[in-house]
Design a binder for this molecule. Structure first.
Ligand SMILES: [Zn+2]
Length: 128
């Protein structure tokens, strides 16, 4: 019985559709990879999305039935976090506008792939 241990490769799907864009230049990402992790509960959407900006490298985010709160810079798809410097400031992650919704709005059933929630906050706005 090998059904509980599928090879990691088989779970990675090459698709071109992700709402994620480069959080630095808002460019579309090449080499998009989406890994379905599967949910503990039926109906849970649990995915990791990764994609490469030709100029700014790899980015990744994870969704669990909700749009992502942050997009991370990574060294490679499903790899370690890396630091990027934008305008003299260091960033490891980029907050999305999903954070700006009220708790009530966030609790509503929402398509986790709704692109408007994947936009990153302007980098010029300090978030602390
Ligand atoms: Zn970019």
């Amino acid at each position: 019985m090998n059904s509980l241990a599928p090879s990691p490769q088989s779970r990675d799907k090459l698709r071109t559709r992700t709402p994620m864009r480069c959080p630095i230049c808002d460019g579309s990402l090449a080499k998009v990879m989406i890994r379905d992790i599967g949910g503990l509960t039926a109906g849970t959407t649990w995915q990791v999305h990764a994609g490469e900006c030709p100029q700014h490298g790899w980015f990744q985010t994870e969704i669990v039935s909700r749009p992502p709160r942050e997009i991370f810079a990574v060294t490679k798809p499903f790899g370690a976090a890396r630091r990027v410097v934008v305008g003299g400031r260091e960033h490891f992650s980029f907050s999305t506008v999903w954070n700006d919704l009220s708790g009530d709005e966030r609790r509503k059933p929402t398509d986790p792939l709704e692109a408007k929630y994947w936009q990153v906050r302007p980098l010029s706005t300090p978030d602390s």
